[in-house]
Design a protein. Structure first.
Ligand SMILES: Cc1cc2nc3c(=O)[nH]c(=O)nc-3n(C[C@H](O)[C@H](O)[C@H](O)COP(=O)(O)O)c2cc1C
Length: 189
C-alpha cells in the first residue's frame, strides 16, 4: 500500500524526550546561567554535539539563510561562532550584522533561540580561534579570512516541550543592562 509523504511524516513521533521539572521561582535572573545549565544538562544526558546550532542570517535583499555551525564560546559578551569572511554568512553579516541562533536538545524536549545584533571579535580573538582548530580544520583557510563573531542577545527564548502540549516558554528580553523575564510565552508589551 502506498503511503503519502505527508502521512509518513505525520506518523513520525515528536517530543519523544523526557523534560526535566522546571520551577518558575527557581529561574536565574541572567539567561546566560540558564543556557549553561541547559547545555550541560544536554551533554550529561548524552547529546553528542549539544553545541551545534542553526545560525540564521539575512542577505542584502532581506532574504533569510540558515546553516548549522558550532558554538565557540558564550559569556556576557554574547554567543560566539566562527567561519570564513568570504562565506555566504560572512557576506550576509557584513551587509546585515544581525542573526538568530537556534539550539535543540531532543532528549530534554528543549530548544533555545537567541537573537540580536552581531559584533565581529578582535583580529586577535579570531586568530586565536583559528589556531585552536585542528590542522585539518585550518587547512585551506586563507590568512585573515577566519572571523569570530558574537550574537549579542536582545532576546532569548527557552522552550521546553510537554507531553500534554502545555509547553513552557521562558523569554528574556534585554532592558538596558537588565533582563526582563516572562514565563509561558506572555510577551512584554
Ligand atoms: C555539525 C556541523 C558543524 C559545523 N560547524 C561550522 C562552523 O563552526 N563554522 C562554519 O563556518 N561552518 C560550519 N559548518 C558548515 C556550515 O553548516 C555551512 O555549510 C558553511 O558554514 C557554509 O555556510 P554559508 O555558505 O551559509 O556561509 C558546520 C556544519 C555542521 C553540519
Amino acid at each position: 500500500m502506498e503511503i503519502t509523504t505527508a502521512a509518513w511524516l505525520r506518523a513520525r513521533p515528536t517530543l519523544t524526550g523526557s523534560a526535566p521539572t522546571l520551577h518558575p521561582d527557581s529561574l536565574p535572573d541572567d539567561p546566560l546561567a540558564l543556557f549553561l545549565n541547559w547545555i550541560t544538562t544536554a551533554a550529561e544526558a548524552g547529546v553528542a554535539e549539544p553545541h551545534a546550532a542553526t545560525l540564521a542570517t539575512v542577505d542584502a535583499d532581506g532574504v533569510p539563510d540558515a546553516r548549522t555551525l558550532i558554538l565557540k564560546d558564550v559569556d556576557e559578551r554574547g554567543w560566539a561562532f566562527a567561519g570564513p569572511r568570504s562565506s555566504a554568512k560572512g557576506r550576509q553579516l557584513a551587509a546585515r550584522p544581525a542573526a538568530a541562533l537556534n539550539f535543540w536538545w531532543q532528549p530534554q524536549r528543549r530548544a533555545v533561540r537567541v537573537r540580536g545584533p552581531v559584533q565581529e571579535a578582535s583580529a586577535e580573538e579570531s586568530a586565536a580561534d583559528l589556531q585552536a582548530r585542528s590542522a585539518a580544520a585550518r587547512a585551506g583557510v586563507a590568512e585573515g579570512d577566519w572571523v569570530l563573531w558574537r550574537v549579542v542577545p536582545s532576546r532569548i527564548e527557552f522552550w521546553q516541550g510537554a507531553e500534554d502540549r502545555q509547553h513552557v516558554r521562558i523569554v528574556y528580553v534585554r532592558d538596558g543592562s537588565d533582563w526582563v523575564r516572562t514565563w509561558r510565552g506572555e510577551e512584554r508589551a
